[in-house]
Design a protein around this ligand. Structure first.
Ligand code: SF4
Length: 464
């Protein structure tokens, strides 16, 4: 994942850029970068694998003056990229996943282009996008070339000598939102970045739209499309609770998914809990709807730890998860617990750490409830850290069938025996008393957009 923030002001904006970018730290744990413009471009890029963004970049606050700037927090790409091209000088940050990156790079290499950045044998996607933009007649024309040529998704911010160009990917899978305060306009992945910085939310950028932002306003220079497939997983898991996408609050959706799970249950339980932190909103919704008390049997020791999902190595993910969750034995001992989780991706942390901690602390029963259906397919648009054979559902299918299978339609369908057996296998593997998933139409209903307006690829393997 990646989170983007950009700002243009009548006065210096570096401090705003610093905090606005930092408010996207939940979307990446590997690398971060800032670029500002004050007559000339300045940029800084650092690894944030061991140190939080604020610690790494605080020293640059005084060194990077400017009235406009862009920032990024990312799991992979080293960016911003600074480019000097016939369309003008620009700095660029991108978010998304370009699945035909190698083919596009090959074409550019054959045409005589070269790439300066090759990390771990891979072309840097932001540099690739910058090259395509540079071949356009203008910045906006170049961005449209990117949208025409890429497969996957790409949302981007370009810092130019004449303001920021903000472009949301062609199907709007990742959010992008505009905000304003006196003398300044800003753009962000997460609307929650605006609140404490005093920005009023103006509107959400449309899929494929290109917006030109200056200190005087935000003008649409390309309307884009009304056809959208917004990432459902942002509401369920990856997004920040205080944000809204397409005007729909993340926390409110999580409370609705929890309520929908409770509506299907008639459990005799003592407490409801969420797997911290992303299961909390779902658990609150479950507790309100069921009348069972919301308690915290596990608390997260936050200082020094990031999210356990984002680091690319499983070893690091497990270590972070093991160390950061602390059980409260007095709350757990002898209790029948409804444990709400956003999703079950791999299931290994749940099994080896969360459920084990609850069992070791004396939990009598654990009823696991997931706020979305079993994840069946790796994301091909935004979240690149899971592979097919890592997914709990795929491991279950392989165990039940004796080998991997391509056609998993029967397992996707919640009315089939095969689906039931898959869920039972995952329940037994994780070691909980009962397991239930929210069904796809219930999740879509909790989000509140039409099914056609949502990306649900990771559950169905298609969007239609
Ligand atoms: S495949 Fe899943 S995670 Fe990826 S954009 Fe679609 S809904 Fe989001």
């Amino acid at each position: 994942m990646s989170g983007l923030f950009g700002v243009v002001s009548l006065s210096d904006c570096t401090r705003t850029l610093f905090y606005g970018t930092d408010y996207h730290s939940h979307l990446g744990t590997e690398v971060a970068g800032l670029a500002t413009l004050d007559g000339h471009f300045r940029h800084r890029i650092h690894s944030i694998a061991d140190t939080q963004f604020k610690s790494r970049f605080a020293a640059h606050l005084a060194e990077m003056p400017g009235r406009s700037g862009i920032g990024v927090i990312s799991d992979s790409n080293t960016q911003p990229f600074i480019v000097s091209a016939k369309v003008g000088d620009f700095a660029i940050v991108t978010a998304g996943l370009i699945t035909n990156k190698d083919d596009l790079a090959e074409k550019l290499l054959e045409a005589g282009q070269s790439f300066s950045e090759v990390a771990r044998g891979e072309i840097n996607p932001s540099e690739l996008v910058a090259k395509i933009i540079s071949s356009g007649k203008s910045i906006a024309d170049g961005i449209r070339l990117v949208f025409d040529q890429i497969e996957g998704s790409c949302t981007m911010l370009l810092l130019t000598r004449d303001g920021i160009f903000a472009a949301r990917d062609a199907r709007g899978r990742l959010p992008l939102v505009l905000g304003r305060r006196e003398g300044s306009y800003a753009v962000a992945t997460e609307s929650s970045a605006f609140v404490n910085l005093g920005y009023e939310l103006m509107r959400f950028v449309q899929p494929g739209e290109i917006v030109h932002i200056t200190a005087k306003g935000a003008e649409s220079v390309w309307k884009g499309s009304r056809k959208r497939q917004v990432c459902s997983f942002m509401w369920v898991y990856t997004g920040y609770p205080a944000s809204a996408y397409e005007g729909i609050s993340v926390e409110a959706v999580r409370e609705r998914t929890g309520a929908a799970l409770a509506a299907k249950d008639d459990l005799k339980a003592d407490i409801v809990a969420g797997v911290p932190d992303s299961g909390t909103g779902h658990a609150i919704g479950y507790a309100i709807a069921s009348g069972l008390p919301f308690r915290r049997p596990l608390v997260k020791y936050t200082p020094g730890y990031g999210r356990s999902y984002a680091p690319p190595s499983q070893e690091i993910r497990d270590l972070v998860a093991e160390m950061k969750l602390i059980p409260i034995v007095d709350i757990i001992r002898g209790k029948r617990i409804v444990l709400c989780e956003d999703s079950i991706v791999r299931g290994t942390q749940l099994k080896n750490l969360t459920v084990k901690k609850l069992r070791d602390s004396g939990a009598r029963e654990i009823h696991l409830r997931a706020a979305c259906p079993p994840l069946m397919f790796p994301c091909i648009y935004a979240v690149s850290t899971r592979s097919l054979d890592e997914l709990a559902a795929r491991r279950a299918i392989k165990a039940l069938e004796g080998h991997e299978i391509d056609d998993v339609a029967e397992y996707v369908d919640p009315t089939t025996q095969k689906h039931t057996h898959m869920v039972q296998w995952i329940r037994d593997d994780i070691g909980v008393t009962t397991l239930r998933y929210l069904e796809l139409d219930e999740m879509i209903s909790a989000i509140g957009l039409d099914a056609d307006d949502l990306c649900t690829y990771c559950w169905r393997g298609r969007n239609d």
